[in-house]
Write a protein that binds this ligand. Sequence first.
Ligand code: C2O
Ligand code: CU
Length: 524
Amino acid sequence: MQNSWPSFTLRRYTRRSMFGLFSLSVLTSVLAACRQSPTTDTAPSATLSTPSAQPTTGPARGTLTATASHTAARTYSVEPVFAELELGPHRVRTFTYNGQLPGPELRVREGEVLRVFVDNRLPEPTTIHWHGIPVPNTMDGVPDVTQPAIAPGTQFTYEFVVPVAGTYFYHTHVGLQLDRGLYGALIVEPQQETLSYDREVTLVLDDWLDGIVGTPEDALRQLVRAGHGDHGMGHGTMPMPPGMGTMPGTGMMPPLGGFPQELPPDLLYPLYVINGRPIDAPFQFTGKRGELLRLRVINAASATIFRVVLVGHRLRVVHADGQPVEPLEGDALRIGMGERYDVLVQLDHPGVWPLVAWAEGTDATALAILRYKGSSGSLAPVTTRPSELAGELLHGLRLRSVNGERAFTPDIELPLVLSGGMGQYVWTIGGQAYPNAEPIRVKLGQRVRFRLQNMTTMPHPMHLHGHFFRVGQYPQGTLRDTVLIDPMQEITIDWVADNPGHWAFHCHHLYHQETGMMRIIEVS
Ligand code: C2O
Ligand code: CU
């Protein structure tokens, strides 16, 4: 199997210094230049999604409107709106972008301007966050921190230069809205693609409860109530918190044993979907024998870590959170909430194959189907635990950056303990539960090290806005925007605070984030 991989080239970031030492100074000066040139956009602007895209009543206050006149722009319209979706046997009325699940896939080229008109047709305020893209602060979509939320019936225009290629996604940043359908893929094509492959498929993974067992708000109430010892779950329709988890220091931590562990999540969902499709009406994609397939895997779930396998095939990870890594081959891919991985698959076993995304710690999976062209065969048996899941596991901490070893001497080092538990259902960073938390202040240009210690029994995918960070102190730590930290694990992240503003830093487990696991990093 090892030799069956054709040779391919990797993109190396030599054109720009920003990924040399991941300094965004180049980006910052580009953006500064953009801010100073309040010209109209003379470049051809491609309207890609909705031909009827009407300019809105104009950018809301605080919007960055100026674009460099030489820069091409891609314009989309995204409408947060109620829609009725068919999810297998379930008909649900939920929040969507443009009435579809996931929302429209947005594509833009590295260095271009992305302009998105948002017309909020929901009955509540909303925002859009461009997960992983180092945008100017006013475009980051964090309500009350970087902008007032977009009120029902009003419009807002997001507009910024997209400085990095790779696989990203966009989603709401208001309350528990992400656990409805407000998310979509954001693919940034490089100016020149140096990775060779024959076709690509985007797979957006999600856990689903809205409209099946109540609302996300119901789920949160359930978690909080269960934590306070009132197990009022008599009606039996809500997801059941397994009730595990202890506060640190009680001596009840599970032994560290194998890593990563297969812990039960704190919410069991009634449904898991890929590209909005349930297991009994799965998303299907095709390939041809001999081709090299690129899978862009995005975990948009609110509370579920997945392990992804393609039965009959090996997976080769080539990008993590949009950034190139030394290729690593294995059988199963572990992906936390907010993480993205690009994976190459050599299509050398004609047939019809299940792609299974096992919801870690449960008995449930999401499913998609790969069908080889010309293959009339029937689907290989689908099981919730294909043997590949017991094979070699790919996960973030095994990956190495292509950028080589870097010395990093931090100007400041901040120990941040991740704490909390199922008991109170309050989750903290550095002992503070947002919004009752002080901003963490760093100076513009400072080299910052966060020492993140997970003192809980749950894994936490920690996500930083506005910056990439380098994981770990070992050589060739990968550049990420999200890092999954397992129970009792300590991880350092190194980053250069070169993007001024107020940036969210939080757990991408939505229910942890909503109950305190977030801080604001003030870069000034
Ligand atoms: Cu993907 Cu602050 O979020
Ligand atoms: Cu968490």
